[in-house]
Ligand binder design. Structure first.
Ligand SMILES: C[S@@+](CC[C@H](N)C(=O)[O-])C[C@H]1O[C@@H](n2cnc3c(N)ncnc32)[C@H](O)[C@@H]1O
Length: 446
């Protein structure tokens, strides 16, 4: 059986051409994509796995990694490759694309020397890079949040399904869960939750119409969504959770953490200690991964997140990562609207989260974050903008136009832009068409 790894964003005719000769009717080809489950010749949807799933050891006779895959200068890439190489049989050949050396755009790419340090010398210096697998020494998969996720997968799903409910000890949340049983006639308790969708859309539209914002606030309380809760146990639901972790959060963290690490390196260098906070960081995967990146020195990372159950998943990952980062990671359950900061930071990140916040409070949320950035520090914002620069679940009604998003940020300082997968400098003109990180720098103290 042949394992073929590719990135779904690049699923092109040329890829199909490359795959065809490998398959006759008898041989089996297993495809792995980092997202899509669309069938590709000659596979069925069942034969497409996630490139981030744990793989059986010594499974494939041949492993081919397509050039469309991202090879970041990140410890997550090391774990991703090690997981793949360990799935090849003794003596099997593992093919990787040749990496281009050194341009500014490619600075976010793993170097050939790091690759050789991990995998050994390639079979030949010309043609595609390949190595023969030596199964007596499995490669370690413990450099990154991906390695921790691969170990913690089962617990993860259980925590995602049950953690939001049974393990949640906030009294009002318990009340919320059990009220229908204990006090079916009482009005539902108020619970801190994400803003209900229709209210969110309504507030966004009123801010856009100039009715709210600039100090004029919506009258409704911020969080009053009485969450209906029910538990339906089913294998399909478990499988869906697993797929969604592998299909969204892990690939998302894979490229976001790599690019954010590059932005941090560009601003602070490799050795200076950097303190970091993320709002809406879910299970802390980006914060934890930044602590693991060799190219920067993140010495303190705090993940602020609204949903309490994410704490269990963050703990699960943290516990499986090396002790060198223990004590440096903090999780705070809070909405960004109400966050207490307790200290200031070199870097504050909002990634795919501003769209969910109270739009009429956005000025205040951003101003509070800005006030807690140290002189010389940076605020990083990464949002899907309309027309959607990122595929899938684009929340069209509430995503920002590039101009709208920049109008909030321009009030704070001078904006610069970086491309989402390379970290290379981009221009304001790119904002209509490309997914961009926005970076605001606070002037250093005199
Ligand atoms: C689309 S996910 C993004 C996760 C991560 N930042 C990323 O880029 O992959 C949005 C996250 O923001 C959280 N969130 C939504 N509204 C929030 C708010 N008002 N304050 C803090 N977190 C919020 C959600 O619970 C969820 O974890």
């Amino acid at each position: 059986m042949i394992g073929y790894f590719f990135s779904s964003t690049q699923m092109t005719a040329s890829l199909e051409e490359a795959v065809k000769p490998l398959c006759d009717n008898k041989s089996r080809l297993f495809l792995f994509s980092n997202k899509s489950r669309d069938p590709l010749y000659p596979a069925s949807p069942d034969d497409i796995g996630s490139a981030f799933q744990p793989l059986k050891r010594c499974l494939f006779e041949k492993v081919i990694i397509h050039a469309s895959c991202d090879f970041f200068s990140s410890t997550m890439t090391l774990d991703w490759l090690a997981n793949i190489v360990n799935s090849a049989r003794q003596g099997a050949e593992v093919y990787l694309p040749r990496l281009d050396a050194g341009s500014a755009r490619e600075r976010n790419r793993i170097s050939s020397s790091a690759l050789t340090a991990l995998l050994g010398e390639p079979v030949s210096q010309k043609g595609p890079w390949s190595i023969y697998r030596r199964p007596q020494d499995d490669l370690p998969v413990n450099h990154s949040v991906l390695g921790a996720f691969l170990q913690a997968r089962g617990e993860f799903v259980l925590n995602a399904l049950l953690g939001g409910a049974l393990n949640n000890t906030r009294p009002e949340r318990l009340l919320d869960m059990f009220a229908p049983i204990l006090a079916p006639d009482a009005p539902p308790p108020k619970v801190i939750k994400r803003l209900p969708r229709p209210e969110s859309v309504d507030i966004v539209n009123r801010v856009r119409a100039g009715e709210l914002g600039d100090g004029r606030l919506a009258q409704q309380p911020a969080y009053t969504d009485p969450a209906p809760w029910n538990f339906t146990e089913s294998a399909t639901k478990f499988a869906r959770h697993l797929n969604s972790w592998q299909g969204y959060l892990i690939p998302g963290t894979y490229y976001k953490a790599a690019t954010i690490a590059r932005i941090i390196e560009d601003h602070f260098g490799s050795d200076n200690p950097v303190s970091f906070l993320e709002h809406g960081g879910y299970a802390g995967t980006v914060s934890l991964q930044l602590l693991m990146e060799d190219r920067i020195n993140v010495s303190y990372a705090r993940c602020c997140e609204l949903e309490l159950f994410t704490l269990l998943n963050a703990m699960e990952l943290h516990q499986r990562l090396p002790e060198s980062i223990h004590g440096k990671f903090h999780m705070q359950i809070t909405s960004a609207e109400e966050a207490g900061y307790f200290r200031s930071y070199d870097v504050i990140l909002f990634s795919h989260v501003l769209l969910y916040m109270r739009r009429d409070l956005l000025d205040r949320i951003l101003a509070a974050a800005w006030a807690h950035i140290r002189p010389g520090g940076i605020m990083i914002v990464f949002e899907n903008t309309s027309p959607p620069t990122g595929a899938g679940g684009s929340d069209e009604a509430i995503i920002f136009s590039p101009r709208e998003l920049d109008s909030y940020l321009d009030r704070l300082g001078e904006l610069s832009y970086a491309e989402s997968r390379t970290g290379a400098t981009a221009s304001r003109g790119d904002r209509e068409t490309k997914a961009l990180f926005r970076v605001l720098r606070k002037l250093p103290a005199k």
